[in-house]
Design a protein. Structure first.
Length: 66
C-alpha cells in the first residue's frame, strides 16, 4: 500500500485526540486495539514517506553537595 502524508496526518490526529478509529485518505477505516499499535503504524508510515520521527529527549537532574 502506498501511504500518503494525509494518512500520516489522520493517524496523528487520532493519536492526539485519543480516538482508536482512523479513516485514511483512500476511505479505509481501521480500528486499532491499542495506542502502541497506532504508534507502530504511524512510525511505519513516516518511514515509508522518508520522514524521521522526532527524537525523544531525556533530561536527568543531578544534585551534589559542595
Amino acid at each position: 500500500m502506498a501511504w500518503t502524508t494525509a494518512d500520516l496526518d489522520a493517524i496523528n490526529q487520532a493519536i492526539a485526540t485519543g480516538a482508536s478509529k482512523v479513516r485514511f485518505a483512500d476511505n479505509r477505516e481501521v480500528t486499532y486495539r491499542s495506542l502502541a499499535d497506532m504508534r507502530s503504524v504511524r512510525d511505519e508510515i513516516a518511514a515509508f514517506l522518508g520522514l524521521k520521527p522526532a527524537p525523544l529527549c531525556t533530561t536527568y537532574a543531578s544534585f551534589g553537595r559542595d
